[in-house]
Design a protein around this ligand. Structure first.
Ligand code: NAD
Length: 478
């Protein structure tokens, strides 16, 4: 069994205590990670601070940092099958989804590689004898706390932007899914000065919490639950450390009566079943105009019933849930939900033949009697679609905004005036009209309104998370 060491200060560090990493398709142990502790965190932060000031890292010109990331993108592509297999095993996602994740990771490295020598400041006209400019400097030691649902993509998107702008990074991978980060760590170990990229493993409440509250760090990018996001932000606040938070959502697909259902249906199905619904931007609420609700639901029930459920090895449509805890949590929610709403399809756990110990849930649609029901409001993080009917455009907007979240929304209508009117009033960081997801979109800014988070990732805007501006005034004699 593979034992995964941490990468601290250019050394592979093992420990006295190990944590099992399981394949969610079977619950078999596939690897072990070091149970990192506060001492490891102190060592990593100290090494990062030295690396930040080191001649070796400072010697990398912006274009050379860019070249390095582009080289990494091509390395990722040349190992795409191997990486996709690791990601698929670790997360339990079908190979086609894992391949798409690996390609997205390569695109992030490439995109931020391209940006590295195009981040620059301003010249500010004040008076003839005063040259005033802004210098763009790295923010310093950046911490990247990564969840288990899209490990390689989420690591690549923030690490790419941080390294492009000259920072040094410490990645804390999820205790459930360390494999692809460990793969990348080996490349970084060979290519970068020690301490520029470090990988810590262990429990969130131990290593993650120690990192978030450490005085020696300068920025945190966290993706995960609202609850953990709050505690990360509280720890960071004590040291006035800025945070970028991506905390999931309860994103609606809003379907008007004139929608092209042939286009909408595959997108609605995919947006809640991809990665078994464990996607921050999952389309987990369906708001449908009452005049077409019966027709749409009938078709969706058929589609959900046709989806295959099983492990990545048989390339099923819907893979397992990440771990036993999440599986039990979703089953509890479903059991409560079935007392409140009307389960149209699914609604229970599934035993897959030969994979009886895997964590499977059947794709589920529940029609709610009220938008206030808990499963309509809370992020479930499973293949569970809640449905609420609406009558008017205004009611659709009101319902769409009636959760604590605001990450993504989909609007389906052939009337662009209506679609745009709705999109303009939705409280979410990203709205899709007559599409959903738009293939990931490395170039598109991504982040939440309300409790879905703070700041934007992806796109050129993410660079702002990792820089600080110094204003320089030079008096000249003329
Ligand atoms: P979590 O937020 O607890 O974990 C996410 C990451 O944070 C992991 O790497 C974990 O080790 C780390 N972490 C945990 N506690 C920490 C702490 N106190 N300080 C610093 N880091 C810490 O998520 P979870 O418990 O794995 O899942 C619970 C729910 O979170 C899910 O049901 C889902 O709703 C949500 N979630 C959202 C996303 C997303 O993409 N937005 C990803 C994963 C989970």
């Amino acid at each position: 069994m593979e034992k995964i060491n941490m990468l601290i200060n250019g050394e592979w560090v093992s420990g006295n205590q190990w944590i099992d990493v399981r394949d969610p398709a079977t619950s078999d142990v596939i690897a072990q990670i070091v149970r990192g502790n506060e001492t490891h965190v102190d060592e990593a932060v100290a090494a990062a601070r030295l690396a930040l000031k080191s001649k070796e890292w400072k010697a990398f010109k912006p274009f050379e940092r860019g070249q390095l990331l582009v080289e990494l993108a091509s390395y990722v592509r040349s190992h795409a099958e191997e990486l996709a297999a690791l990601e698929s095993l670790d997360v339990g996602k079908p190979m086609n989804q894992a391949r798409a994740d690996v390609e997205a990771a390569a695109r992030y490295f490439e995109f931020y590689g391209g940006i590295a020598d195009k981040v620059f400041g301003d010249t500010i006209p004040i008076e003839e004898n005063l040259l005033n400019v802004t210098l763009v400097e790295p923010i310093g030691v950046t911490v990247h706390i990564v969840p288990w649902n899209y490990p390689i993509q989420i690591t690549a998107r923030s690490v790419g932007a941080a390294l492009a702008t000259g920072n040094v990074v410490i990645v804390k991978s999820s205790e459930d899914t360390p494999l692809s980060t460990n793969f990348l760590a080996q490349w970084f170990h060979e290519k970068l000065p020690k301490g520029v990229f470090q990988h810590l493993t262990g429990y969130g409440a131990e290593v993650g919490a120690a990192l978030s509250s450490h005085k020696g760090i300068n920025q945190i990018t966290f993706t995960g639950s609202v609850q953990t996001g709050i505690s990360v932000m509280q720890s960071a606040a004590a040291n006035i450390v800025p945070v970028t938070l991506e905390l999931g959502g309860k994103s609606p697909n809003i379907v008007f009566q004139d929608a092209d259902l042939d286009r909408a249906i595959p997108a609605i199905v995919n947006s809640i079943t991809q990665n078994a619904g464990q996607t921050c931007s999952a389309g987990s609420r369906l708001l449908v105009q009452d005049t077409i609700a019966d027709e749409l639901l009938e078709q969706l029930v058929v589609r959900f019933g046709e989806l295959s459920i099983g492990p990545a090895s048989i390339n099923a449509d819907v893979g397992p849930i990440i771990n036993q805890k999440q599986h039990e949590r979703i089953l509890d929610i479903l059991s409560e939900a079935s007392k409140q709403g009307n389960v149209l399809v699914g609604g229970k756990g599934v035993e897959v033949r030969d994979y009886e110990n895997g964590y499977y849930i059947s794709p589920t649609i529940i029609e709610a009697t009220s938008h206030e029901e808990s499963y309509v409001q809370e992020e479930i993080f499973g293949p569970v679609l809640s449905v609420v009917r609406f009558h008017s455009v205004e009611e659709a907007i009101e319902l769409a905004n009636e959760t604590e979240y605001g990450l993504v929304a989909g609007v389906w209508s052939k009337d662009i005036d209506v679609a745009h009117y709705v999109a303009a009033r939705i409280e979410a960081g990203q709205v899709f009209i007559n599409t959903y997801g738009a293939a990931g979109g490395v170039q598109m800014p991504f982040g939440g309104y309300k409790k879905s988070g703070i700041g934007r990732e992806k796109s050129h805007l993410a660079v702002q998370n990792y820089i600080q501006i110094k204003n320089l005034a030079i008096q000249v004699k003329i």
